[in-house]
Write a protein that binds this ligand. Structure first.
Ligand SMILES: NC(=O)c1ccc[n+]([C@@H]2O[C@H](COP(=O)([O-])OP(=O)(O)OC[C@H]3O[C@@H](n4cnc5c(N)ncnc54)[C@H](O)[C@@H]3O)[C@@H](O)[C@H]2O)c1
Length: 257
């Protein structure tokens, strides 16, 4: 099938090359959306798109790069049509030497890069999406941002830079919800708890340590990428059209209060 044909709503999933983003891409594709997998790791993005087959596609993009994000949307919309769904999964947790940096040791470089990917990336992608939907509305517009339980709790395994960057996403998504509401576009945050991905595994020393982590989760297990993809699937669906400006916890009860 040529790339220009359309099938269902078009979804852009940033960070779709692995982990949660890959599961989101697979879930949305299985539900009939056409998925564009955008990742700084172009090989991984291409691997996911190829395994899904046509009409899904991949693009390499650094979400922290303004021109690259604008170029992505220009390319995608001229190739496939209007983006209906934007899922901003791309994220970055920097652990210098594999260690969680304390604030007293935090460098400006780590701070800035954490914000560039986690926060500026979400802003740039959603700003471009909003500009384009203002010009050409699409039915059932949805933006799903990725925050974190770390932003809600202060975090145990991540860093101050990551926590602050994700907390900014939680606030930004509400501002976006207000400014996109007149277009019928919803904007929500998924706040994953402890989800078994390479990012989480980078914060624990062994599988045994991961099992120990699960003991603090009421449902008794670390989450799966499919647990998170299911929540995204619901937010993206027409059934969720009256939910906006919200944060959906996917954490096995880790943060219940
Ligand atoms: N795994 C968890 O326990 C957990 C918990 C809370 C929040 N999160 C958040 O969920 C999201 C997905 O996490 P994950 O565990 O799947 O992470 P991951 O590290 O496995 O995957 C992140 C993906 O984002 C891509 N990416 C990184 N920088 C990018 C950039 N500049 N431009 C484009 N793509 C980029 C990576 O290449 C990768 O494919 C992230 O936003 C993360 O912060 C994860």
């Amino acid at each position: 099938m040529p790339e220009s044909s359309t099938q269902g709503r078009l979804a852009v999933v940033t960070g779709g090359g692995r982990g949660i983003g890959e599961a989101v891409a697979r879930k949305l594709a299985a539900e009939g959306l056409r998925v564009l997998i955008a990742d700084i790791d172009g090989a991984n993005a291409a691997r996911v798109a190829e395994s899904l087959g046509a009409p899904h596609a991949a693009r390499t993009v650094d979400v922290s790069d303004e021109a690259a994000v604008q170029g992505l949307f220009e390319d995608v919309e001229s190739s496939f049509g209007a983006v209906s769904v934007l899922v901003c999964v791309a994220g970055l947790l920097i652990l210098p030497n594999g260690e969680r940096p304390l604030i007293k040791d935090m460098t400006v470089d780590t701070w800035e890069r954490s914000f560039a990917v986690n926060t500026r990336g979400a802003f740039l992608c959603s700003r471009e999406y909003l500009r384009r939907r203002e010009a050409a509305p699409a039915a059932d517009g949805r933006v799903v941002f990725f925050g974190s339980v770390a932003a809600q709790l202060g975090g145990y395994r991540s860093s101050s830079a990551y926590i602050a960057a994700k907390a900014a996403v939680h606030g930004y998504a509400k501002a976006f919800a207000r400014e996109a509401a007149h277009l019928g576009i919803t904007s929500n945050v998924i706040a994953p708890g402890l989800i078994d991905t390479e990012m989480l595994r980078s914060t624990v020393s062994s599988s045994g340590a991961l099992a120990a982590v699960a003991q603090n989760i009421p449902l008794g297990r670390v989450g799966t990428v499919d647990d998170v993809a299911a929540a995204v699937s619901y937010l993206v669906s027409p059934a969720a059209s009256y939910i906006t400006g919200d944060v959906i916890d996917v954490n096995g009860g880790y943060r219940m209060q």
